[in-house]
Design a protein around this ligand. Sequence first.
Ligand code: M6R
Length: 606
Amino acid sequence: MCGIIAIAASERRKDLGLLLTEALKRLEYRGYDSVGIAVIDGGDLYIAKNVGTVESVAKSEDFAAFSGSVGIGHTRWATHGAPTRENAHPHVDCTKKIAIVHNGIIENYAELRDMLKSRGHTFTSDTDTEVIPHLIEEIKSSGLDTYSAFKKAVSMLKGTFAIVAIDSDDARKIFFARRVSPLIIGIGVNTVLASSDIVSILPFTRNVIVLNDDELGYAEPGKVFIEVINGTPVDIASRVQRVEYSIEEFSRGPYEHYMIKEIREQPYALSQTISGLVSARDEVDKSIKILRDSSTIYIVGAGSSYHASLAGALYLRYHGFKAHAVVASEANIHLRGLRAEDAVVAVSQSGETIDTLLAVRESKKKGARVIAIVNNPLSTIAREADTHIYMRSGPEICVAATKTFTSQVATLLYLGSTLADDSLRTPKALEALKKLPYVAASIIESTEERVKVLAKRMSSAQSAYYLGRAFGYPISAEAALKIKEVAYVHAEAYPAGESKHGPISLVVNGFPVVFTVIGELDELIEGNIEEMKSRGAYVVTVLPTNRVTPTIVNNSNEVIQLPQVPLEVSLVTYVIPHQLLAYYTALERGYNPDKPRNLAKTVTVF
Ligand code: M6R
């Protein structure tokens, strides 16, 4: 949902344009409709922006030629206004002294724009953001210095925002503010930064301050000032945190795409998740206590995190707990009846998804205890929950979630099995979960070549069904999302038994239907496979070796056999061949799976 970066250096940098370009490349996963930078050099503001990827715009607009000591950059995921050059950030005021980058939505922009137009300001874009530089300009004209005008302007904004401004009248500083949309300040030796994500700060420093809602301030090398909008100053020293990640973890290494890197990293990511859970006894014990004391457990997430929630809730219900998965964007309805004795588990890779964050806030207002499962312990959701579990999957750059999905399911099952078998410190399921890395590695190794061939067949499909019974359904839902997201094959997941209540009418000769068979609870699946085959479907069946029967073999065009493992292990790992299928189908169809159209990795708008 837009990535922003700001750099203030202690001296003029000839390579400022290059530094901003590199930072924007790291933020491109947040949006890639258009790109822009602005710098102050020799007291003047220079700006360049256009529609396209960071690489193409940096080349066409010659970002490398930009120097200066202060600069901002933006990569956009369009909300207000089409992806055009005019709508690309940064936006400037009438005097072209003030430049702004923004992530979020200014809800009262229309009324502010009318007011500013009536005061003679001229607008050049359709964006909500453009009101901000004009508002600062307007307030400054009454005699206020830049920061005072910035602060007053921020206090007039409604909506969500991470904003960074620069002003050639106060050319050494960056001015920043945050409400809901994430913003992190990096404090280096000769540089201070502000960014939507640590990933673009890490090449400069590991010392960061994560801004809270309604905090704002300014920074220049050697000085950072932060206050709450009501004027309460923030003690900088107490807020500085050191980041664990190393910059190497963000590199694509020898892989062609982040997606395949992250799929293949799953054995390692799962080993980190599980060993983290084993060693972080405090986090786990606190979470287990909340769950044990609760009446009903609601697991909330969006997209892949919702599918992980489905798997987690089903597993808890299987063990006799009252548990429900809730789509984060509809939590306001589903959690209406939430009571103080209930628990909410918020599942979010980024820890910043706005729908999930709002569900956390609403749940806390109702007195329920909230556990967050996140891959970023500094994220807003982690900080606002009563306790959080850090998955330690490592950075996930590809927009499509892969390794974080399996880590999420593993974490939920770890909590579920601990809860189910509380009395034992190392119950069977927990022992089984420790085998996840080996099983994940063996599935990747044994299926990848097969899946590449299957991808050729899938690449000509317009549509596909993904069917599974009980535990097979959450995997099918995630598998369908994956191929839809990166390969643009329309795919729908259904509980397999539901398929004959409507969906089967679409099945004609060659229509792909992909079954996932998990565990012993889906013995009726053979009938569903036969039904599809007899309508001419192209049937792919993914299943454990012990479930292969003559009926399944005869009625499937492709059988992908996976290791026979305990339920908990299959629920985490059986999605892997589907991830590979989505990846290779995207390649067959000529798409870049790392940058699916219209998507952004972190969705911080409603
Ligand atoms: O960061 P989160 O886990 O909260 O993100 C939730 C979804 O936006 C995310 O899973 C999305 O659906 C991915 N594109 C899935 O591949």
